[in-house]
Design a protein around this ligand. Sequence first.
Ligand code: G3H
Ligand code: 13P
Ligand code: ZN
Length: 333
Amino acid sequence: MVSYKDLGLVNTREMFAKAVAGGYAIPAFNFNNMEQLQAIIQAAAETKSPVILQVSSGARKYANQTLLRYMAEGAVEYAKELGWEHPQICLHLDHGNSFELCKSCVDMGFSSVMIDASSLPYEENIALTKQVVDYAHKYDVTVEAELGVLAGVEDEVSAEESHYTRPEEVIDFATRSGCDSLAISIGTSHGAYKFKPEQCKRDPETGRLVPPPLAFDVLHEIEKKLPGFPIVLHGSSSVPQEYVDIINAHGGKLPDAVGIPEEQLREASKSAVCKINIDSDSRLAMTAAIRQVFDEKPGEFDPRKYLGPARDEMKKLYMHKIINVLGSDGKAE
Ligand code: G3H
Ligand code: 13P
Ligand code: ZN
């Protein structure tokens, strides 16, 4: 049993309370490799922003969970080396799908876990979430749950259409499950194709898709039912069109990729939404930078010469999200 407290990590309780009260959101960035982690920590340290490092089941399979855990531990020391005296870094399991997986993360030093039982019937979602909460809270590990279903592919959970979270269920769910934060469905979804072209309008000048707005009415209803309770948005990449353009101009093929407009994420950050999940945007930044090097310098074969620019681009992206979208800069001085 390893306690996250001995690794210098923090859980989400205080981060979220401050974020809700202060009208900003904490960035939750997924990581799978060293360059992503370096870029996240550099951006958080430079902006003094609290940050959540997310590990998905896919990341655990790809990079090995033990290695990822030690990388997160190393990240705390790295942050200090960069001059961030009191780093606020949370290590979080993204989309945990079983009690055993959540338990193993608690036992190996994660400070927060998500149990995503949103595909189960309501009562089973409550029961499984409560089982995880009962275990995690013994070690002061915080638990994120999910109610409602996001469109698209949610790890092993797939849904043809999103089912918005029903505001009339949230009080009962939060009270009986005991979760510390709640991921809701208001129109976001995972990946770089968040809407089908037929769900969007097309800007006649640019030819780009303009997606339908998020269901802010549902969010506000939920906030009224659970005042001050931490709300989480998954699937919140904005799919920056400049990256899509670079990728497509250098041999990639991402036609009509579309995300959540950043103004809407900024608006959500000012509400009870206090955690915003971003993964796809980092993948796009990395892919754009690497494709550009490969295309422009075909003789290059030193990985540092393409992973380096990719890391720089991701850092730029993370800093932009922190400062201009979520407003979490300066909140972990
Ligand atoms: O929620 C999904 C995240 O983007 C993680 O994706 O399962 O491919 O690692 P992944
Ligand atoms: P994106 O695919 O929009 O980046 O969402 C990531 C996410 O929700 C991770 O849990
Ligand atoms: Zn997610």
